[in-house]
Design a protein around this ligand. Structure first.
Ligand code: PLP
Length: 403
């Protein structure tokens, strides 16, 4: 084993969990307090107010101790009844997992198929809803940032499609990997339930997840008949009015959340989004210079969170193995890259450029990738790192020529 005690910091360049910055680690390193006492109450009120700003909503945001998968389930069980039809869109691995949950819960899910290289085509949703004259479809579920492919879908366009079809279906959106990295507007885009998680753009460890809920979603929850206990919004929203939870909340993760919101709001969401887009563009410049292909085929949908790279093919037409390549990078450079999931397994790897991430983190990341190609014998053109560096230098905000 080459790096049993590697010096320096591990490069966690998977598309989440992302690196937890020192400021958040320190904020969580504080004694756990009485979750029914006044100190906690102040914290609870603060995080419940701050998190709304991150979702760009005036509506309540429910915070669960639980992974994103739990928050997916919560979005469905709070708003729907057994046998309800839901229209979902196959953008990739995570959209497929959400559909499986819907099926396990006894919903009638319908999948609009896609080739995992582009995002949601809102016109297909509009056409399907227009056919549904009896309004059997109760919800449209889409993934905003598909973490398995590096494709970001246009949620405002989905909202317009639902409105054009004059259909009353709820709009449920997963932005587990988009929130806090790429622009997301719960209110402006008319989303009814937004699902998210802690371990990506919020820069926290895994362990808490979210449902931002519209008034229409809360109204639907009063008649929804799927069984729910732990995930039920009603008691949580009631306790949250006073800054508390009806059970033991994840106190130390909430310390971290408070700090994360401070960090994002101090930088300013617009700046956070621009930073991510700039790093994504520099990453794509590297991929292009290497003579390789990005998995996403629609430039308007390139993700600011991660870039999925297609491995080149050998003389027999087989892709070089992405996982063997990732192993070389991990063992030599102490960097984790994201694996290809399910349909794209073995021929795609993913570079996460999200969260607590700056120009030099990107340069280190891309250097590890380019050196990894060399060591693994993956054919590539030199100069990806230089191309990314040129992009960063030409777009740096603080250029100051000495003469
Ligand atoms: N949805 C998306 C888009 C994700 O990226 C993930 C996790 O990576 C999930 C859902 C599932 O979340 P979790 O693994 O926290 O349950």
């Amino acid at each position: 084993k080459l790096n049993s005690h590697p010096a320096g910091r591990h490069f966690l360049q998977i598309p989440g969990p992302s690196t937890v910055p020192d400021r958040i680690l320190r904020a969580m390193d504080y004694p756990t307090i009485d979750h029914r006492g006044p100190e906690f109450q102040a914290l609870g009120k603060k995080v419940l107010a701050d998190i709304r700003k991150i979702f760009q909503t005036e509506s309540p945001v429910v915070i669960y101790p639980g992974s994103g998968t739990g928050a997916w389930e919560a979005a469905l069980v709070n708003t729907l009844s057994p046998g309800d039809a839901v229209l979902m869109y196959e953008t990739g691995h995570f959209a497929t997992l959400w559909k499986k949950i819907a099926d396990k819960l006894g919903l009638q899910s319908e999948f609009i198929g896609n080739d995992w290289r582009r995002g949601v085509d809102a016109s297909k949703i509009e056409a399907r809803l227009a056919e549904d004259k009896e309004h059997k479809i109760k919800a449209v579920c889409v993934v905003h940032n598909e973490t398995s492919t590096g494709v970001t879908s246009d949620i405002a366009a989905v909202r317009r499609a639902i409105d054009r079809a004059r259909h009353p279906a709820l709009l449920l959106v997963d932005t587990i990997s988009g929130l806090g990295s790429v622009d997301y507007r719960h209110d402006e885009w008319g989303v009814d339930v937004t699902v998210s998680g802690s371990q990506k753009g919020l820069m926290l460890p895994p362990g808490i997840s979210f449902n931002a809920v519209s008034q229409k979603a809360i109204a639907a929850s009063r008649n929804a008949k799927l069984p729910k206990a732990y995930w039920g919004w009603d008691e949580i929203l009631e306790s949250n009015k006073n800054g508390f939870w009806p059970y033991t909340p994840a106190t130390n993760l909430l310390y971290g959340l408070s700090e994360a919101c401070d960090m994002l709001l101090e930088e300013g969401l617009t700046n956070v989004f621009a930073r991510h887009q700039r790093h994504a563009a520099a990453t794509r410049a590297a991929v292009e210079a290497w003579g390789m292909e990005v998995l996403c085929q629609n430039p308007a949908e390139y993700s600011g969170v991660l870039t999925a790279v297609v491995m080149p093919k050998d003389a027999s037409g087989q892709h070089y193995n992405a996982d063997a390549f990732r192993k070389v990078v991990l063992e030599n450079f102490n960097m984790s890259l994201g694996q290809g999931l399910s349909k794209v397994s073995g021929w795609v790897f993913r570079i996460g450029h999200l969260g607590d991430f700056n120009d030099l983190t990107l340069m280190g990341t891309l250097s590890g990738v380019e050196m990894g190609f060399e060591l693994a014998g993956v054919p590539h053109q030199k100069g990806g790192v230089l191309a990314a560096m040129a992009h960063l230098a030409s777009t740096a905000p603080g250029a100051a020529k000495l003469q």
